[in-house]
Design a protein around this ligand. Structure first.
Ligand code: NG6
Ligand code: CA
Length: 507
C-alpha cells in the first residue's frame, strides 16, 4: 500500500517535471519560418506604401507583428545576401558573387551554419525554394545525388530551385535528387558553349518565346522562356514557371505538417518577384503594374496560405515568422515584361534611392516583419539591423553558444528583433559592388578608384552608387541620398573610412 503510494507520488512527480520541461522547450524553441522573397523592394508592400498592388496577407502580418523600417539584407544581390544570412559572415570574406547554375557550393561544409546551429538546438530544418548558393564541387552530375548541398550545411530537408528562375537547369531538386527525372532522359547542363541536341535557344528561335529578353538570357528555352545557360534532357522534370508557387507552397506546408510535433526551422525562399515574371493565370491582372505587380500579388497569396497552414495546425501563436527579401527591387532585369513602363506612381524602393545591385539604400533596405503572437507586441521599429545578425540572435534565443570564429560578423540583437529595444547596430556594412557603412543617421559610401559601371548593370537603368569621391549622407534629413556632405564633415568621413577599412582588412 505504502509502496504503491510512493510509486504514485514518484510517477506524478515525473509527469509534472516532464510537462514543465515540455513547456520550457516550446517557450524557448518556437518554430521559425523565414519567408525570404526575391527582389522585393521596401515600398512593394501595402504597409510600406505600395500603390500598384495590394498585399493584404503581408500587411496583416505587419499589423500583428513588428514592421522594421531600417532592416537590411547584407548585400544588394542574392548570393551574397544568402551567404551572409546562413553563415553570419560578410559576403566579401568569401568573395561571394551572383552564381551561375552550375557553380560549386559556396558554403564551407566544415563550418557551422544557421540551420546547423538550430539543428544542434533541437530543430528540424528545411529549405524550400530558391537556393543560389551553388551545389556540388564543380562538374555536377544532375542524374545522381547532387552533393555537397543543403544537407551538408545543416538542412534535414530540401526542395530547391537550384539557382534562379532564369538559369538552367530548370528543374527542382528534392533532397538533392532532380525531382521526376526519367533516367532514360538524362540531364546535361553547360554554361558557355551550346550542347548538341540541347533545348533550342532564344537566340536562334525567338519565335518560340513568351517574353523577349536582353542578350544575356538567350540560351536554352524551356516552357517558352529562354534562360542563361544551355541544357539537354530531363524533359519530364522541367518546371512550369506558372506552377512554381503552388509546387513550393505544397512542399512548405508538407514540411510544416511533417514536423509539427517538434520545433522546426523552415527557410522558405521564394522565387517570386525575380524574373522571369510569369504569374499563374489566377493572378494575371491582379495588380495595375503588369507581371511584376501580378507576381507580388501571387507571392502575397502564398504567404497567406502558409500563415493559414500554421493557424490550422495550431502553431501560429508560437511560430516566429520573419518576412523579408534578399535585395532591392529591379524593374528591367533582362526580360521584356514592361515592369519599367507600367510602374506608374508605385515606388518599389519606397522613399529610397537605388535598387538591386546598388549601394544606395534601396539596394539593401528591405521590407522586414517579425510576427510572433505569443511574445511580440505589434508595432514598428526603426532599429538598425542586418540579416547577418539573425544567426547570433537566434543563437541567443535558443541558448546556443557560438564558438570562436563562428558567424564572425553576426551580432546578437534579439531584443531589437522582438521589439524590446530600438537600439541595435552601431555600425552596419552594406555590400553592393562597393561598400557603404551606416552609423546613426549617417551613411558613408567608399569611393571606388575604378568607378566604371559594368555594361550589364548600365543596361538596367540603375544607379549603382559608385563614385570616385567619398560620399556621406544624413539619412534622417535626406533619405533619398541627394546631398553629399563629405566636404562639410571630413571628420565623420575619416571615422567611417577608418572603421570600414578595419572591417574590410579582416578578409
Ligand atoms: C544577373 C543577371 C540577372 C539576374 C541576376 C541574379 C545578367 C546580365 N543578369 O547576372 O538577370 O539573374 O544575375 O539575380 O546575366 S539575383 O537576385 O539572384 O541576384
Ligand atoms: Ca534577388
Amino acid at each position: 500500500m505504502v509502496k504503491n503510494l510512493i510509486h504514485i507520488i514518484i510517477l506524478s512527480f515525473l509527469a509534472m517535471s516532464s510537462a514543465t520541461l515540455y513547456s520550457q522547450t516550446s517557450a524557448d524553441k518556437p518554430n521559425i519560418v523565414l519567408i525570404y522573397i526575391d527582389d522585393l523592394g521596401y515600398g512593394d508592400i501595402g504597409v510600406n506604401g505600395a500603390i500598384g498592388v495590394k498585399t493584404p496577407n503581408i500587411d496583416k502580418l505587419a499589423e500583428n507583428g513588428i514592421n522594421f523600417t531600417d532592416a537590411h539584407s547584407a548585400a544588394a544581390t542574392c548570393t551574397p545576401s544568402r551567404y551572409s544570412l546562413l553563415t553570419g559572415s560578410y559576403a566579401f570574406r568569401k568573395e561571394a558573387e551572383i552564381l551561375e547554375g552550375d557553380a560549386p557550393l559556396l558554403i564551407d561544409t566544415t563550418i557551422r551554419t544557421l540551420p546547423g546551429m538550430l539543428k544542434d538546438a533541437g530543430y528540424k530544418t528545411g529549405v524550400v525554394g530558391k537556393w543560389h548558393l551553388g551545389l556540388g564541387n564543380g562538374n555536377v552530375d544532375w542524374n545522381t545525388r547532387v552533393s555537397p548541398g543543403p544537407a551538408e550545411v545543416g538542412f534535414d530537408y530540401s526542395f530547391l530551385i537550384p539557382a534562379t528562375g532564369d538559369r538552367v537547369p530548370t528543374v527542382f531538386l528534392e533532397n538533392q535528387y532532380v525531382a521526376n527525372l526519367d533516367p532514360k532522359d538524362p540531364i546535361t547542363v553547360r554554361y558557355g558553349k551550346a550542347i548538341e541536341g540541347g533545348y533550342p535557344t532564344g537566340r536562334e528561335h525567338p519565335e518560340l518565346l513568351k517574353q523577349y529578353t536582353d542578350n544575356y538570357h538567350l540560351s536554352a528555352i524551356t516552357n517558352g522562356i529562354s534562360r542563361i545557360g544551355n541544357m539537354k534532357g530531363g524533359t519530364d522534370a522541367l518546371w512550369v514557371d506558372e506552377e512554381i508557387p503552388f509546387v513550393l507552397n505544397d512542399k512548405a506546408t508538407a514540411f510544416i505538417e511533417d514536423n509539427k510535433e517538434q520545433p522546426f526551422f523552415l527557410f522558405y525562399s521564394f522565387h517570386d518577384i525575380h524574373q522571369p515574371r510569369v504569374a499563374n493565370v489566377k493572378f494575371i491582372e491582379s495588380s495595375t503594374m503588369g507581371p511584376r505587380g501580378d507576381v507580388i500579388a501571387q507571392m502575397d497569396w502564398s504567404v497567406g496560405a502558409i500563415v493559414d497552414k500554421l493557424e490550422k495546425s495550431g502553431l501560429l501563436n508560437n511560430t516566429i515568422i520573419i518576412f523579408t527579401s534578399d535585395n532591392g527591387p529591379i524593374l528591367d532585369d533582362g526580360y521584356v515584361d514592361y515592369a519599367r513602363e507600367l510602374v506608374g506612381e508605385h515606388k518599389p524602393g519606397g522613399a529610397y534611392k537605388g535598387s538591386k545591385y546598388s549601394v544606395f539604400e534601396a539596394g539593401t533596405r528591405m521590407p522586414t516583419i517579425l510576427h510572433w503572437p505569443a511574445k511580440v507586441k505589434p508595432g514598428t521599429s526603426n532599429a538598425l539591423l542586418s540579416q547577418v545578425d539573425l544567426y547570433a540572435s537566434f543563437a541567443a534565443l535558443t541558448h546556443q553558444k557560438l564558438k570562436k570564429n563562428e558567424a564572425p560578423d553576426s551580432e546578437n540583437h534579439w531584443n531589437a528583433w522582438i521589439g524590446k529595444s530600438s537600439k541595435a547596430r552601431t555600425f552596419m556594412l552594406e555590400e553592393g559592388y562597393t561598400y557603404a557603412l551606416r552609423k546613426g543617421d549617417f551613411k558613408y559610401i567608399q569611393p571606388k578608384k575604378d568607378a566604371t559601371i559594368p555594361q550589364w548593370i548600365r543596361l538596367k537603368y540603375v544607379d549603382p552608387g559608385f563614385s570616385t569621391v567619398p560620399q556621406l549622407y544624413n539619412l534622417k534629413l535626406d533619405p533619398g541620398e541627394t546631398k553629399n556632405l563629405s566636404e562639410a564633415h571630413p571628420e565623420i568621413v575619416k571615422e567611417m573610412e577608418n572603421r570600414l577599412s578595419k572591417i574590410l582588412k579582416n578578409k
